[in-house]
Design a binder for this molecule. Structure first.
Ligand SMILES: [Zn+2]
Ligand SMILES: [Zn+2]
Length: 347
């Protein structure tokens, strides 16, 4: 089969590799759509070192091609979305149901590397334990179903902020992840959703998917504007989905625009490590909660997939590019340019 193998920074080659065969309890899935995630891009650029050649990719939907010994609930021909994380089921966190924090967390496409790593989905076929695949009902496209994983991570963040009917929310960063946060906040019943992004096309998209306001931080003081739009109170929840170095500075700002008793969620990783300054009094006297969320559990995944398949959350118009596997290098570069929104590969 064809697969995109990453050998080192900027060196991705589409080549012939052996087609996977299912081990007992596993299935082989024909990949029909797979998203490019910032995690993949960090490895492509070399910001995150890889120790050996890797097939990346972990946001995936497709059709079951083969089932291994002992697999009962999933059959050949089923349309499925894949929960890409592999957890031990026995550690401190797994026993509490927080399998996303498993001390031996592994993943498809090296999206987590403490435990097992399975070759990823930038390939025609993947193999994966059958408990990681979820049947996709309805008429939803494979391109949208492939985004159940990033949406599930956003759902984890949304729930950790307690966003519900009448909540006021600010989403800092309106890339694909920020846009998903806007969609979820709206679906959860938020009465006010304010987005902020440096790029005009992303601000436009934020308004299109349901934000009430989309602020340009180069033109307005976002903290002041959020305060102004909430009669000086601030918002109930701020989700910081910028990533990179800017995550730190944006979190400092978030703590200045959150209402008393509100929640600030550090959703994205900070690369390279960057410190931030917090006045503890702003948290103490305002009873503000500063939290993080990382990946998702199978429960989040199933709920996210249901939101997609029922059409409650529509992701179609945040996918800006769908490209063939042969053009993966170009696709990585487009995704890096930030001119794009979600970039997907159709192997
Ligand atoms: Zn991802
Ligand atoms: Zn575990």
């Amino acid at each position: 089969m064809k697969a995109a193998v990453l050998y080192g920074p900027g060196d991705v080659r589409v080549e012939e590799v052996d087609e996977p065969e299912p081990m007992p309890g596993e299935v082989v899935v024909r990949v029909l759509a797979t998203g490019i995630c910032p995690t993949d891009l960090r490895k492509f650029t070399g910001a995150r070192k890889i120790e050996r050649p890797l097939i990346l990719g972990h946001e995936v939907a497709g059709v079951v091609h083969e089932v291994g010994e002992g697999v009962q609930d999933i059959a050949k021909g089923d349309r499925v979305a894949v929960y890409p994380f592999l957890y031990c089921g026995q550690c401190h966190y797994c026993l509490r149901g927080r399998v996303n924090l498993c001390t031996r967390l592994g993943a498809l496409g090296a999206a987590a590397e403490l435990g097992q790593v399975y070759p990823g989905s930038f390939a025609e076929y993947i193999r994966i334990p059958s408990r990681n695949v979820y049947r996709v009902g309805g008429a939803v496209s494979m391109e949208e179903a492939a985004l159940a994983e990033p949406l599930s991570a956003c759902l984890n963040g949304n729930l950790s902020c307690g966003i519900g009917l009448g909540s006021t929310v600010a989403v800092i960063g309106a890339g694909p992840i920020g846009l998903m946060h806007i969609l979820l906040a709206r679906a959860a019943g938020a009465s006010l959703v304010i987005a902020s992004d440096l790029m005009e096309h992303r601000r436009e998209k934020a308004l299109e998917v349901g934000a009430d306001f989309a602020l340009n931080p180069l033109e307005v003081d976002v903290v002041k504007e959020v305060k102004r739009l909430t009669d000086g109170v601030g918002v109930d929840a701020v989700i910081v989905a910028v990533g990179g170095k800017a995550e730190a500075k944006c979190t400092e700002d978030a703590l200045k625009m959150v209402a008393k008793t509100g929640v600030v969620n550090i959703f994205a990783g900070t690369w390279p490590t960057t410190l931030m300054q917090i006045d503890p009094n702003t948290i103490h006297y305002a009873e503000v909660k500063l939290t993080g969320s990382y990946l998702s559990t199978p429960e989040h995944f199933k709920k996210a997939l249901n939101l997609i398949t029922t059409g409650r959350i529509k992701l179609k118009n945040i996918i800006s590019h769908i490209m063939p596997l042969d053009q993966i290098e170009k696709a990585f570069n487009i995704a890096l340019s930030r001119e794009a929104l979600k970039v997907e590969i159709k192997p």
